[in-house]
Design a protein around this ligand. Structure first.
Ligand code: SAM
Length: 308
């Protein structure tokens, strides 16, 4: 394990006896897993309320087709999951890893619509618990399983999966090259990887003003990975991990409408809430507002790759 694990309470304050690693806290050690930062981003009441009420438990952007209204963000999210399922292009029954599953919305959509069996891992214990609960409620617990795990250091045997995906999670990686190598290890030969998420412009192409906006945003959102790759270097990282890239799709135009709509919805409420407390209380909304402000420096990519 790359980070020091020390016994501790989970977020509910109870000492776990389930035997799961979710009752352990992993402390940041020399630039490694920043669990404190991730808990700050996703665990605050304001963030949890935002993701539950606004995003219906999904923690990802959306895909809008040309000519569609930008205001229907939930439809855009379902469309993005459809894009992911089609890029994975795996037959029903295939074993698929969801690296950074959050509440398991994506896993359940893939299980329901494409018939795959998804194993989700997430480093936040409350996300794992929520994912399990929601899968039971959706009667999908036979096709979706969730466990605590750091995707840099997975507990699955080599070649365990036919497919793997990361929906907007690689930005959190403290070592993206290592995470990609781990995805490669747990895939069987011929296994498919789909990576979706924002990718920053090379820093040398950004104005000083752009860098000044981007840096604090990445720190606040606990996005160390986003500092370690950019639109030029992500392909090399994938190839370095052993993948053959099938497609590197710049899908920024499909993502932008969601960004525009969310900004329009939340700019004023966020400004109002800021009067009553620091931005850290409202990181979900802050993410929406600041992602819009740095939109000229961010592209949205869908990478599809194969383990030869
Ligand atoms: C933006 S959310 C996306 C969640 C989910 N993929 C979705 O689309 O709803 C990023 C997720 O990655 C998880 N995460 C961050 N670093 C991780 C790591 N090293 N290992 C496993 N999960 C991680 C976070 O806890 C969070 O749930």
């Amino acid at each position: 394990m790359t980070a020091a694990a020390v016994g501790g309470d989970d977020d509910s304050g109870h000492h776990g006896s389930s035997g799961l690693r979710n009752t352990w806290r992993v402390q940041m050690v020399s630039g490694e897993l920043d669990l404190t930062g991730l808990r700050r981003v996703y665990g605050r009441p304001g963030s949890r309320l935002f993701y539950r009420a606004v995003c219906r438990n999904a923690r990802h952007w959306g895909w809008t087709e040309p000519g569609q209204s930008k205001w229907r963000c939930w439809r855009a999210q379902r469309q993005l999951e459809g894009v992911l399922g089609r890029k994975l292009a795996l037959p029903a029954g295939s074993r698929v890893l969801d690296a950074g599953c959050g509440s398991g919305v994506v896993a359940r959509e893939l299980a329901r619509r494409f018939g795959v069996r998804v194993t989700g891992v997430d480093v936040l214990d409350f996300h794992v618990r929520e994912a399990r609960r929601l899968s039971v409620r959706a009667a999908l617990e036979d096709r979706t399983t969730f466990s605590w795990g750091d995707y840099h250091d997975l507990e699955f045997a080599d070649g365990s999966f036919d497919g793997a995906y990361s929906m907007e999670t690689l930005v959190h990686a403290y070592d993206p090259a290592r995470a990609l190598a781990e995805f490669h290890r747990v895939l069987r030969p011929g296994g498919r990887l789909v990576l979706l998420g924002p990718v920053g412009a090379p820093r040398e192409e950004m104005s000083p003003e752009g860098r000044a906006v981007l840096g604090p945003y990445l720190d606040a959102m606990s996005f160390p990975g986003a500092k370690r790759y950019d639109t030029r270097s992500l392909n090399e990282l994938l190839i370095g991990a052993g993948f053959r890239i099938e497609e590197a799709l710049d899908a920024t135009a499909r993502y932008r409408p969601t960004s525009d709509a969310l900004y329009a919805y939340f700019r004023a409420p966020y400004a109002l809430l800021r009067l009553f407390g620091p931005a850290e209380r409202w990181l979900g909304m802050r993410s929406v507002v600041e992602m819009y402000q740095i939109r000229d420096y961010v592209s949205w990519y869908v990478h599809t790759a194969v383990k030869p």
